[in-house]
Ligand binder design. Sequence first.
Ligand code: HEM
Length: 220
Amino acid sequence: MRTFLLAGTDTSTVTMEWVLTNLVNSPRVLEKATAEIDSVIGQDRLIEEADLPKLPYLHHIIDETLRLFPSVPLLLPHLSSEDCTVGGYHLPANTMVIVNAWAIHRDPELWGADAASFVPERFEGEPASGEGKSNKDPHKLILPFGMGRRACPGAPLAQRLLGLTLGALVQCFEWKRDTKQEVNWTEGAGVTMPKEKPLTAVIRSRPIMMKLACESSATT
Ligand code: HEM
């Protein structure tokens, strides 16, 4: 239980801070996410888990954030249990292998000239499924949760948690930068990759907050 708490909390909160940083720096994307939530759910009730499959753009925002700011940028170190070949390189047994997901996620050969830009639309289109499907499917080019047998077992939970939290934050509040210039994207140090300086922003409640406040005062 302790492992799950340790592995699950920092990774998710760091990602959420990067998502919000990207949104306050990209009003166009924030507006599109707000419009999606308003058209699918509206302002009369709070987002629920069952709404998530109907909010593709929200997921593209999360995928694009995990691409640019994977919260475990070097994944976890692995040890080869026997001699093997990886990407054409011979690895003797007992070699430590570190995968630089951050660099893969920003490689212009994979992502094009705008690899460093925040563009959730690059995840549009159905994810390819099955062996041998297009290796251009962007969902198959990111590995924020690792891959294979030791991949993150909390990935499905994390994706639902991020979707629901971000959905509620966008549905319930207007978000704006508190400075004229863009919020700094500088990364800090750590096993998980935090922002160097914590995000500050201006938020204003949207109509649903008044409704939720009235409902909660009526039940107390
Ligand atoms: C945005 C959220 C998260 C990210 C980006 C993330 C990422 C990762 C990565 C990259 C690994 C290492 C994979 C590898 O060795 O190649 C990992 C391992 C792990 N994660 Fe997550 N994780 C997240 C959330 C969670 C949550 C919510 C839980 C549990 C509730 C969790 C539990 C674990 C555990 C137990 C491991 C170790 C698995 C093993 O060694 O076999 N993670 N995670």
